[in-house]
Design a binder for this molecule. Structure first.
Ligand SMILES: C[S@@+](CC[C@H](N)C(=O)[O-])C[C@H]1O[C@@H](n2cnc3c(N)ncnc32)[C@H](O)[C@@H]1O
Length: 211
């Protein structure tokens, strides 16, 4: 998959606010971290149709690194929004004792994921739903895993801020959230880049209008 560049804070649905100013300030810190191109953006980006996210699976060692970055443990509920064959939530249950929920639009992927969970012996700890991630209530997640596209991440970002409780982690394979939400950690693994964020009380309060 290739990375697309589009949108602005306003296009991503982020109104002017102190948080936006601090996010924009965060941009400076990102210069040189290969995120800066996300700032060169058409303002009409919100009117552009989202690209279709193709099915590309995350390699097993990258899955393990994503789980480590998300600090996934026994008490966690891990959502994979666009779960493919379910490998991330299955590994979260099998290796880390977490609970997992996978969401995918494609019924073929959901069938595969259920069969893979059965084979791995974790069907009691994971479940899979055929659904659109944008109409999914993932507020019970403590960790959200993503392998989507840049534009899709940007559209999802306000939903992540609104739905997730403070302390929840978000880990994304290969696609960041632009300068509006700089990642806390960036990990490179061969040709892969992983990004990690934590929902803060300020972010949640801002997104839910309680700031
Ligand atoms: C790049 S694959 C990632 C699969 C898996 N997360 C992994 O890392 O191995 C993206 C997946 O997202 C699914 N997808 C794309 N758009 C979606 C949407 N709006 N709602 C739910 N799933 C979606 C696709 O069907 C595909 O299986």
């Amino acid at each position: 998959m290739t990375e697309h560049q589009s949108t602005s804070a306003a296009a991503a649905g982020i109104p002017a606010s102190p948080l936006r100013r601090s996010l924009v300030r965060g941009t400076a810190a990102l210069a040189g971290a290969s995120l800066a191109p996300a700032l060169i953006l058409p303002t009409h980006a919100c009117a552009v149709r989202l690209p279709t996210v193709p099915y590309v699976s995350t390699p097993p060692d990258v899955v393990r690194r994503m789980l480590a970055l998300g600090r996934v443990g026994r008490g966690d509920t891990v959502y994979d929004l666009g779960c493919g064959d379910g490998r991330i939530v299955i590994e979260a249950a099998r290796r880390r004792g977490a609970r997992g929920i996978g969401i995918d639009l494609d019924p073929v992927r959901i069938r595969e994921a259920r069969e893979n969970a059965r084979r791995a012996g974790v069907e009691q700890r994971v479940s899979f739903r055929q659904a659109d991630l944008f109409s999914t209530d993932f507020s019970s997640a403590t960790v959200v895993m993503l392998y989507l596209l840049f534009e899709v991440n940007l559209k999802l970002m306000p939903q992540l801020w609104r739905q997730l409780r403070p302390g929840s982690r978000v880990v994304s394979h290969d696609f960041h959230m632009g300068a509006q939400w700089p990642p806390e950690q960036i990990v490179r693994l061969r040709d892969k880049t992983l990004y990690a964020w934590t929902i803060t009380p300020d972010l949640r309060a801002y997104a839910t209008g309680q700031a």
